[in-house]
Design a protein around this ligand. Structure first.
Ligand SMILES: Nc1ncnc2c1ncn2[C@@H]1O[C@H](COP(=O)(O)OP(=O)(O)OP(=O)(O)O)[C@@H](O)[C@H]1O
Ligand SMILES: [Mg+2]
Length: 333
């Protein structure tokens, strides 16, 4: 369990994190997104206490790290596993020796280290690579070694700072599946810093967007997807019209989000009064499920223009409607 309360971090007179409050329960994955320089890595370093907060508190499993020093702090840090972009592995050590590092610092016995390293490599699917050196591994395999090493001391919290950045989509998927299994198996509280919305869609339970050191949006992924006015929802579900209208047209985005989207959700458009003489082109349409919520969306071009009351009529039917802009081929030329 991670509890962050009114966390503020300043470097000199620059406020890099401003009054951040977030909590991550055990077995929960919180994704933190936001532009470069927003303060994401600083937040992660405050949670692992590589940086001290200027004010506010960070508690991990109820422990307030700011009150700890020396040996106590070092012991408490074992509750936190950290993985980074391109796992920083020691080149001259084998896979097994890299994973063993944190255990050696604890002066564990050789037999118990071997057993634990064996378990961990098995868990991340690298049992057959234990004698390899980092240079002999793929990016995804290196990241798995980093994950095994981060879990060596049985942490309750896992922090991941862009751990899948730079990996190809299928490797990213397999790393995310691994993280998600490990979260379930060990009840980890996970903070996942990422700039990839795919990552949020795949495994996050909740998401916070930070900009300029402040939280600008935060909630469970399902609540955010169900909120038609959420800017984050629009990033999570980018609309990519496949075609552009032939001539002048009114462009509308129509969507429906719920645990279950009725199969006839889009046919409501044809019952709008005054629509019958008009041309309705579907520029894109999809129904997809994200973390248990189905979202049906379509971008429609109504030529030459939508009838009065078009949006209100559909809203009465439970659809979300907004005017949309798409760049037509003609504009692009
Ligand atoms: N030790 C430091 N001293 C001074 N300023 C710092 C320090 N660490 C970070 N900053 C500043 O804090 C701001 C946030 O940095 P941070 O690394 O947290 O951003 P980020 O959201 O992780 O960005 P990115 O997506 O590029 O990794 C930046 O403007 C950075 O220059
Ligand atoms: Mg960063």
């Amino acid at each position: 369990m991670i509890e962050i309360e009114s966390l503020t971090k300043r470097f000199g007179d620059r406020t890099v994190l401003d009054d951040i409050s977030l909590s991550v329960g055990s077995g929960e994955i919180l994704a933190v997104v936001g532009p470069s320089g927003a303060g994401k890595s600083t937040l992660s370093r405050c949670v692992s206490f590589l940086e001290r907060p200027s004010s506010g508190t960070v508690r991990v499993d109820g422990k307030d790290f700011a009150r700890l020093d020396g040996a106590e702090l070092i012991a408490a840090r074992r509750d936190i596993g950290v993985i980074f972009q391109s796992a920083p592995l020691l080149r001259r050590r084998t896979v097994a020796q890299n994973v063993a590092l944190p255990l050696e610092y604890l002066r564990a016995t050789d037999a118990s280290i071997d057993r634990r390293v064996g378990e961990l490599l098995d868990r991340v699917g690298l049992a057959d690579r234990s004698g390899y050196f980092p240079a002999q591994l793929s990016g995804g395999q290196k990241q798995r070694v980093g994950i095994a090493r981060a879990l060596a001391l049985r942490p309750s919290v896992l922090l991941s700072d862009e751990a899948t950045a730079g990996l190809d989509p299928s490797t990213t998927k397999s790393i995310l599946a691994l993280l998600s299994h490990l979260r379930d198996e060990f009840g980890l509280s996970v903070i996942l810093i990422t700039h990839e919305m795919e990552v949020v869609r795949e495994i996050a339970d909740s998401v916070a967007r930070i900009d300029g050191g402040r939280i600008v949006e935060h909630g469970s992924v399902t609540d955010i997807i169900l909120d038609p006015d959420s800017a984050l929802a629009r990033e999570l579900l980018p609309e990519r019209p496949a075609v552009t209208p032939d001539g002048p047209a009114d462009i509308w985005e129509v969507s429906y989000a719920s645990r279950r989207v009725p199969l006839d959700w889009l046919t409501a458009v044809h019952s709008v009064p005054g629509i019958s003489g008009l041309r309705v082109d579907v520029l894109s349409a999809s129904v997809e499920a994200i973390r248990g919520v189905a979202v049906g969306r379509a971008v429609l071009a109504i030529s030459p223009s939508a009838p009065t009351g078009f949006a209100d009529h559909l809203r009465d039917r439970g659809l979300h409607v907004r005017t949309a802009q798409i760049s037509s081929r003609r504009e692009a030329a």
